[in-house]
Ligand binder design. Structure first.
Ligand code: BES
Ligand code: ZN
Ligand code: ZN
Length: 495
């Protein structure tokens, strides 16, 4: 299963397509006098004044105008977002291009590399249609126009080029993660996860190890095995390893992902309403393998391991039952009181395995772990629970530059109180109160001491029912890829 190419051809400089629109970006408070007259004559439905998000198209001159509002209020996020709909349009513009003119004041108020990086990400995400199994998609998939940027401040061209190069790589992996996330469980099975991981490994010269059922048994990974008992699709653990040609640090980063290709809840079955969305329960694993691909392709200097636990959670005569007890990879016994709290069973084993085998300095896990995090944070941020302040700080910095929001939540010991079992070492659920926090405390039991670890609950950030806030389109967001790339870059600068 190959990763798709970029959807749009993007460059710095004049657009060379036969036909293209000029896109003029304008601030409300720096509005050219000549245009004031032009718009007052030409618009019938209100006058274009450069308000944030306002557009005006002059078909005769083939110029589009895009308003950015007040120049003192701009942020990279708010500017980049406006390009998502242009990406959507370009997807239908067979061979027609866009030449985006960026005024000097824009590239002096914001760093040009980050600005271009995020505009490219927005354009590419906008151009990626998620209706991949439809006739419309098949008919449109060969189309798309090209984009070029013209910077009024020519001195910033080099910086812009840097952002463009990075954006091209990262956006391809973001869309790659979105694509596999959006595929339904009958198309994207644990076996398909193996094939996608192999492609990413092949493209980037990564080492790959796939553990099948027999090897998982040999390694005593009781949690992963327990989860897949009810499914005809067998569980896997997939490990990708990136060793930089020229390492810039001695630190090692491990990224772990929850890869439930479907979570029906198992015997503790979920309500029918919205159950189809549980095809997205593999977004953490999708982010992990696509992030390591981007990190390797960018040639970052930090050694990275991506390890994903892949399974399908189904009810069946052979399925795990509430009350069953299994022995996890680290030897502790777990009473499963709710088979829908399955992600922590899978992640527990992978955290334990990776900690012991690779002894990483930093270990992260990304998981659509709890509905409770959506109650806490909605869809605008992922919740971060960590045993390490330095790692939390690094994540906050990476969140700033990558524009993927995180929010710190506590990992206090009291949240583990209710994980006590009267038959086994622990049980897999606590009460509803603080559900994301007891889930994190459960995971912590599988993290070896000395490892700086952070759990990132992406249940809210991983997909949207309808576009909102930072994600304009509906469906999977590819959350985590940009955050992890920036985190890896920051760790690469550590001694
Ligand atoms: N995959 C779900 C979490 C989830 C729910 C993500 C809704 C996104 C949207 C997870 O496996 C789960 O079912 N968690 C339970 C845990 C509970 C049984 C302790 C939950 O959140 O309800
Ligand atoms: Zn579940
Ligand atoms: Zn789940």
């Amino acid at each position: 299963m190959k990763l798709d190419k970029n959807k749009i051809q993007i460059s710095i400089g004049k657009n060379t397509s036969k036909s293209f629109y000029k896109l003029q970006v304008l601030f409300k408070d720096h509005f050219p006098e000549n245009l004031k007259t032009k718009f007052s004559l030409q618009t019938s439905s209100g006058i274009f004044t450069g308000d944030y998000g306002q557009t005006f198209s002059d078909e005769a001159e083939k110029i589009l105008y895009l308003g950015l509002g007040d120049s003192s209020k701009i942020k990279i996020r708010s500017v980049a977002q406006l390009f998502f709909p242009f990406g959507e349009k370009l997807k239908k513009w067979d061979g027609v291009g866009l030449e985006i003119h960026l005024p000097k004041i824009l590239t002096t108020s914001l760093p040009a590399d980050l600005l271009i990086y995020q505009i490219v990400n927005s354009l590419e995400q906008g151009a990626f249609a998620i209706n991949v199994l439809s006739k419309e998609f098949r008919e449109n998939s060969k189309k798309t126009g090209s984009v070029s940027f013209i910077l009024q401040d020519a001195a910033k061209a080099k910086e812009a080029e840097k952002g463009l190069k990075r954006g091209k790589v990262v956006s391809r992996y973001i869309n790659g993660a979105r694509y596999i996330a959006h595929l339904p469980a009958n198309h994207f099975t644990p076996e398909e996860f193996v094939s996608r991981s192999k492609e990413i490994a092949k493209d980037n010269g990564l080492k790959i190890t796939v553990f099948d059922e027999a090897q998982l048994k040999k390694e005593k990974m009781g949690g992963i095995l327990a989860v897949c008992e009810g499914s005809d699709k067998k569980a896997k653990m997939i490990i990708l390893e990136y060793t930089p040609a020229k390492p810039s640090t001695k630190k090692k980063l491990a990224i772990i992902g929850k890869g439930l290709t479907f979570d029906s809840g198992g015997i503790s079955i979920k309500p029918a309403q919205d159950m189809h969305e549980m095809k997205y329960d593999m977004c953490g694993a999708a982010a992990a393998i696509h992030a390591i691909g981007a990190i390797a392709e960018l040639g970052l200097g930090v050694p990275v391991i991506a390890a994903i636990g892949v399974a399908e959670n189904m009810p069946d005569a052979a399925a795990l039952k509430p009350g069953d007890v299994y022995t996890a990879h680290n030897g502790i016994t777990v009473e499963v009181q709710n088979t829908d709290a399955e992600g922590r069973l899978v992640l527990g084993d992978v955290l334990s395995y990776v900690g012991k085998k690779f002894k990483p300095d930093y270990m992260l896990d990304l998981a659509t772990l709890t509905g409770a995090i959506i109650i806490s944070l909605g869809h605008e941020a992922a919740g971060v629970m960590s045993n390490s302040e330095p790692l939390t700080t690094l994540l906050k910095e990476a969140s700033q530059t990558s524009d993927e929001r995180i929010w710190e939540m506590p990992l206090w010991d009291e949240y583990a109180d209710e994980l006590k079992s009267d038959i086994a070492d622990i049980r897999n659920i606590a009460s509803r109160a603080g559900g994301s926090l007891s889930a994190a405390k459960f995971l912590e039991k599988f993290v070896d001491s000395g490892i700086a670890w952070a759990h990132i609950d992406i249940a809210g950030a991983a997909w949207r029912k309808k576009g909102s806030g930072t994600q304009i389109g509906n469906g999977p967001t590819g959350y985590g890829v940009r955050l992890l790339v920036d985190l890896a870059e920051k760790i690469g600068k550590k001694k």
